[in-house]
Design a protein around this ligand. Sequence first.
Ligand SMILES: NC(=O)c1ccc[n+]([C@@H]2O[C@H](COP(=O)([O-])OP(=O)(O)OC[C@H]3O[C@@H](n4cnc5c(N)ncnc54)[C@H](O)[C@@H]3O)[C@@H](O)[C@H]2O)c1
Length: 260
Amino acid sequence: MRLENKVAIVTGGGNGIGAAICAAFANEGARVVVADIDRQGAEQVASSICDSGGNAFPLLVDITDPNSTTGMAATVLEAYGQIDVLVNNAGARIIKGLMQHSLEDWEQMLRINLTGPFLCAQAVLPDMVKRGSGNIINLASIASFMGRPNRCAYVAAKSGVLGLTRAMATDLAGKNIRVNAIAPGMIASPFNQSFAEASDTGPAWAEENLIGRWGQPDDITGAAVFLASEESGFVNGSEIKIEGGWLGARSRSGETPLWD
Ligand SMILES: NC(=O)c1ccc[n+]([C@@H]2O[C@H](COP(=O)([O-])OP(=O)(O)OC[C@H]3O[C@@H](n4cnc5c(N)ncnc54)[C@H](O)[C@@H]3O)[C@@H](O)[C@H]2O)c1
């Protein structure tokens, strides 16, 4: 098992991509803390892991509140005595025009998507630094690399997640703590359910990437396990895009690959 004896906190573990990462980590032998503001989601994910013979517990946390994030780290240390992996997965998105974003919308997007990962990292790092070992994985997005319409605050925050990833990796140099990011695109989690199920965007968006389908939460787990394990020991301050090639290639209207 690739994560045996590791303790992993996954924020936003109660739904979608986070829930899939929790299950994959548990399958690889990690003890998993399903940390979420959604108590019911966290409880369901943790009990389904325990029912399948894994080790997990749910933890109520609001990643935007420093008291809550330091409390999270203290609870995990009391329960397991160590924190090896933090997956900063919890996130949210507001879709509104540039001029329709209120200051509150803007600040909420930055707080959840950028300040939250910073606070969670600050909460777990004292233990990681003390033990000379640790691993942080931040969930970025295709929106970290490009403008997307009607998502100015989300795009700004997710671009910031890549900057935060690089800056934290730099500040932690020499401490045996790596920080990397995963940048998903178009995953049919609750976050994107309405687009995946709609008769227009569902099939049409699937055709826009090079694989030709929507991604599923399980499409993210291989990279998460890789980054959390020693297999990625020389990967640091970096990111893995998982978006079916949507960012990597563009065809102009009428252009198709020629084979014959
Ligand atoms: N689904 C996609 O297509 C996609 C694409 C790019 C990036 N992402 C990113 O991946 C991550 C996971 O997305 P998802 O699709 O699973 O979303 P989701 O909405 O299905 O799940 C997000 C989870 O975060 C939790 N959460 C929200 N605010 C919180 C807070 N303040 N404190 C603690 N938990 C909180 C929610 O309760 C939920 O369980 C997010 O960071 C998202 O931005 C998703």
